[in-house]
Design a protein around this ligand. Structure first.
Ligand code: GCO
Ligand code: MG
Length: 405
């Protein structure tokens, strides 16, 4: 079963998605997601110039060997661009294998381990009351876990807070140059405990609460935050501090029992090694698109399992429905699955380009039973939504110093 053609599409149904389609000589096709937010065209060049020519004519059934060929076989290993390219090829080959076997991906991985995929959704508001109004609404819709983010008083904008924008697509889809945002740790600390105190008062204890710091704190500040929020029983604290220096988490862990989660920008199992091996985190949040596809996610999940770490894959709107489907299959299978981040299946335009049968029931996503990933991509409709350059914002301290993402 030879690979006959590999096509790369960049479409912007509100925000950019890089989609790979592999076609075999037997006419079976598979889809992969290679979207790297704000760096989309770098992945396209990597794929078209350095990956596609090497794969034409290879056996589409050899998923593992193709993964090793692209990763181990390259002198310049790893990094987000190369790993997104490998990821998309890998997802598409798993999609093809599922279609050939007439089985949904989760069945190929080992079958179902649970009834459905419990998700955490986002409530973000312009102040504490607004955030909790939104959280209340999500709770009433049946969601069991909610991530709370509130605008920081005294700062002009807060990352991830929608303000007057109707959704993440409107917020993030059209920034031809990176906007600059201001961060103040002091102002953040003046509101964050109040948000969770009010949340427990209003939402009760029968709901999981989460919070994302987006790496804005130093390790000792994260330790302080963990201690402050411990009493509000968070499911986890996400991206408290950067883990470029993975030992930073030794320090955070030494001070607080708050469960810790990280990994949405990790590119391989090596990025998780110290954190997982030393049980410094409780949830690993790697994403299929950025860590090297289904093959890599399976390896990370198994590695995490033997160290009592659960999986909680990234689910932001810059992951296309192809990646979301891959996650739902992995989550349905992984024995050590924890929770899945979920922001819906995209705006109307995205749902027109990517069709699937995933559905939400009682705070859980039910994966599609269609063979492979269970997503179809409308190539013709995609032409109506061409690529538009768009960046994430840049963060500075109040004195102008460039700060962490
Ligand atoms: C999340 C993430 C996103 C990221 C985005 C960057 O947990 O949802 O932190 O908000 O910032 O995916 O591309
Ligand atoms: Mg995050």
């Amino acid at each position: 079963m030879k690979i006959e053609d590999i096509r790369v599409f960049v479409s912007c149904p509100g925000r950019n998605f890089v989609t790979v389609k592999i076609v075999t000589e037997d006419g079976v096709n598979g889809l992969g997601d290679a979207t790297v937010n704000g760096r989309e065209m770098a992945v396209v060049a990597y794929l078209e110039e350095h990956v596609v020519p090497c794969l034409i004519g290879r056996d589409a059934r050899m998923i593992e060997d193709t993964w090793q060929y692209l990763y181990r076989g390259a002198y310049w290993r790893g990094g987000p661009i190369a790993m997104a390219a490998i990821a998309a090829i890998d997802m598409a080959l798993w999609d093809i294998k599922g279609k050939v076997a007439s089985l949904p991906l989760y069945q190929l991985l080992g079958g179902r381990s649970r009834d459905g995929v419990t998700v955490y959704v986002h409530a973000n508001g312009t102040d504490v009351d607004d955030t909790l109004d939104k959280a209340d609404d999500l709770k009433n819709q049946g969601f069991k876990a909610i991530r709370l983010q509130s605008a920081i008083p005294g700062l002009p904008v807060t990352y991830g807070v929608l303000g007057d924008k109707k959704d993440y697509f409107e917020l993030q889809g059209n920034r031809p140059l990176p906007p600059e945002e201001i961060w103040s740790t002091q102002k953040y600390f003046s509101m964050i405990e109040g948000l969770f105190e009010a949340a427990r008062g209003r939402l009760g204890n029968d709901i999981h609460l989460l919070h994302d710091v987006h790496n804005r704190l130093t390790p000792i500040e994260s330790a302080r935050l963990g201690k402050l929020l411990e009493q509000y029983d968070l499911l986890f604290l996400e991206d408290a501090s950067l883990a470029e220096n993975q030992q930073s988490y030794d320090l955070i862990r030494a001070h607080t029992t708050i469960p810790l989660a990280i990994g949405e920008t990790f590119n391989s199992v090596w990025d998780c090694k110290h954190l997982v091996e030393n049980q410094l985190i409780d949830y690993i949040r790697a994403a299929s698109t950025h860590a090297g596809g289904v093959t890599a996610m399976r390896r990370i999940a198994d590695f995490a399992a033997i160290h009592n770490v659960k999986t909680a894959p990234h689910g932001a709107p810059d992951l296309s429905p192809v990646c979301i489907a891959a996650h739902m299959h992995l989550d349905t299978w992984a024995p050590n699955f924890g929770i899945q981040e979920f922001v819906g299946f995209g705006n109307d335009e995205t749902r027109q380009l990517f069709t699937h049968e995933m559905r939400i029931e009682d705070g859980m996503v039910q994966v599609s039973e269609a063979p492979g990933l269970g997503v179809e991509f409308d190539e013709d409709a995609a032409k109506e939504y061409p690529y538009k350059r768009s960046y994430l914002p840049v963060s500075r301290l109040e004195d102008g110093t460039l700060w962490n993402w």
